[in-house]
Design a protein around this ligand. Structure first.
Ligand code: SAM
Ligand code: DTB
Ligand code: SF4
Length: 329
């Protein structure tokens, strides 16, 4: 039986990643069944509460003010508008709502107070609330926790080395510091990365290694594939091969067995067959809703048909710690 480990070595993760693909999927599916009910899928909905005009230079991001991507800037949303989207998402079966802001960092100002009010209100709607607002101090993390936040998303995106090639306005160390602050406030951590930015296998393995050394492991791990947006430096990147995505999901499932592995950005355009392989390899969470933050996502009705076809059951709302769903963890 697989145990939770925080001391994986590069060689060990590399050996898993390089297993013959179908053997790897089988091994990951086996681990998945040790820790989760494989019929369960966690359904999350994203809202961009503040869009575009961001000061950072993240090479993948359509919301950076530095790139001509045509994303329409939008100031902080009104609470009522957030609530109506949240209610609609809930009525369509989402149990988690993730609010994203195109900020470098959270500042202690009236806007943060407004976000805290949104967190409380969405929580009262009976949804699990997640935020992704950029860098955060411990004090800000505590305020979010007190307001009713369940999880904070902050991705490490790739390996430390490759990160420097994609972003210059903040460091890997900055990202890790925010993750530590989130933990200190007793929030759950959502942390993953993006595939298809031109990184190699070594970068992907190193990213997983960093995630596996976090103790506790992030409760959810979004595996995004790059949505290549015109105007960004990464616009010309080729679409990631499905086999690379499946390999990464399966390795993640084995190395972080108790975490939700989210098949995140880049799902649009993937066939049901491709997505089925990802679920088989241990993915057990998705974003639904026709938009991610600024780019299109899959049609919601089609997603529900897919769940039904594959025998996946959208999970009830929390407590969503994997332990509660384990068959024999
Ligand atoms: N501004 C905050 C931050 O950077 O942490 C929160 C929002 S930011 C858009 C959240 C995450 O979305 C990024 O860390 C990145 O992993 C992901 N992301 C952004 N643009 C993407 C793209 N074009 N394709 C895939 N993932 C993307
Ligand atoms: C994450 O890992 N993926 C989501 C969420 N966390 C915030 C964001 C994906 C954004 C894709 C590009 C866009 O729609 O702007
Ligand atoms: Fe800004 Fe976040 Fe986009 Fe980077 S990823 S440009 S910090 S919104």
């Amino acid at each position: 039986m697989e145990t939770i480990r925080h001391n994986w070595t590069y060689e060990e993760v590399d050996a898993i990643y390089r297993r013959p693909l179908l053997q790897l999927v089988y091994d990951a599916a086996t681990v998945h069944r040790e820790f989760f009910n494989p019929e369960d899928v966690q359904v999350s909905h994203l809202i961009s509460i503040k869009t575009g005009g961001c000061s950072e230079d993240c090479g993948y991001c359509p919301q950076s003010a530095r790139y001509p991507t045509g994303v329409k800037r939008q100031g902080l949303m009104e609470l009522e508008d957030v609530l109506s989207i949240a209610r609609e998402a809930k009525s369509k079966g989402a149990t988690r709502l993730c609010m994203g802001a195109a900020w470098r960092e959270v500042k202690d100002n009236g806007q943060f107070d407004q976000v805290l009010a949104m967190v409380s209100a969405v929580n009262l709607e009976g949804l699990e609330v997640c935020c992704t607002l950029g860098m955060l101090t411990e004090d800000q993390a505590r305020k979010l926790k007190e307001a009713g936040l369940y999880a904070y998303n902050h991705n490490i995106d790739t390996s430390e080395d490759y990160y420097k090639k994609i972003i210059s306005t903040r460091t890997y160390e900055d990202r890790l510091r925010t993750l530590a602050n989130v933990r200190k406030a007793d929030l759950t951590v959502c942390c993953g990365g993006i595939l298809g930015m031109g990184e190699d296998d070594e970068d992907r393995i190193k990213m997983l290694l960093t995630l596996s050394h976090l103790n506790p492991h992030p409760e959810s791990v979004p595996i995004n594939t790059l949505v290549a947006v015109e105007g960004t430096p990464l616009a010309q990147q080729q679409e990631l091969a499905i086999w690379d995505l499946v390999r990464m999901i399966a390795t993640t499932r084995i190395v972080l067995p108790r975490s939700y592995v989210r098949l995140s950005a880049g799902r649009v355009g993937r066939s049901i067959q491709d997505q089925a392989l990802c679920f088989m390899a241990g993915a057990n969470s998705v974003f639904v809703g026709e938009k991610l933050l600024t780019t299109p996502n899959n049609d919601t009705d089609e997603d529900w048909k897919m769940f039904s076809l594959l025998g996946l059951k959208p999970q009830e709302k929390g407590p969503l710690h994997a332990e509660t769903h384990a068959i024999h963890a």
